[in-house]
Design a protein around this ligand. Sequence first.
Ligand SMILES: Nc1ncnc2c1ncn2[C@@H]1O[C@H](COP(=O)(O)OP(=O)(O)O)[C@@H](O)[C@H]1O
Ligand SMILES: [Mg+2]
Length: 251
Amino acid sequence: MSDASAVIQASNLHRSYKIAKKSIEVLHGIDLSIQRGERVFLCGPSGAGKTTLLYTLAGLERPEQGSVHIDGVDLYSLGPKRQAAFRNAKIGYIFQNYLLLPELTALENVLVPGAIGGVDADAAAKAALARVGLADRADHLPAELSGGEQQRVAIARALVNHPPVLFADEPTGNLDSRNSKEVMDLLLGLAAESDTTLVVVTHDEHLATRGDRRLVIKDGKITDGSALATTDEALLCQRCGGTGREPESVA
Ligand SMILES: Nc1ncnc2c1ncn2[C@@H]1O[C@H](COP(=O)(O)OP(=O)(O)O)[C@@H](O)[C@H]1O
Ligand SMILES: [Mg+2]
């Protein structure tokens, strides 16, 4: 079903993986509409397909069937170059394990999206680092930063181009509770400032209640968990872990 006002519109997404001749269907005909400025939390047990869905919505993993429209543009109908340029301008992505480039400083990591987009983003990168409270860590390598600081650099990198859509895969999964709250406050605050549409995978039930909508992925399908506070689906939000995995590309 098409929803012209949605900033993210996914229709009939199918994706399966084959392991040792056995095929597992991870996305089983997913339909999803997310409105501009909406903050959506996505829950589900480990292995349910949260990362696969986020990759598919962000243009990082082509579905076997179905389509994804971002801001009205059919993501998988674009050629590779145009799709990469579109992603660079429109989509921020925070990977589960930060995925900072280890040989680059904090500032250089935040400069990468601007460099890919062909703009001199020095001032923007410095402002983004300052906004996440890391102006005085600009010259540190990732190995010289704490986990919470690395995640903040990843947030600055994802937001430096002011993308209208931001995906975050378990952004607090490796952080203690104090850092989790700080990072989530920062993410929600930054998104609100610029009316960014936010899709966040989390296994933390308390964090999941801070969005406008909570979705649960299970058996390859999505259910709206927001009205399910006492059901099994809602409990999955509390219990789901999620191992995450390395992406094929960061660009
Ligand atoms: N590249 C791959 N090859 C084979 N199976 C995969 C691959 N990526 C993910 N899977 C499988 O797909 C399922 C969903 O994975 P994923 O999307 O990472 O789940 P989640 O993020 O919810 O933990 C899992 O069973 C996982 O083992
Ligand atoms: Mg995952």
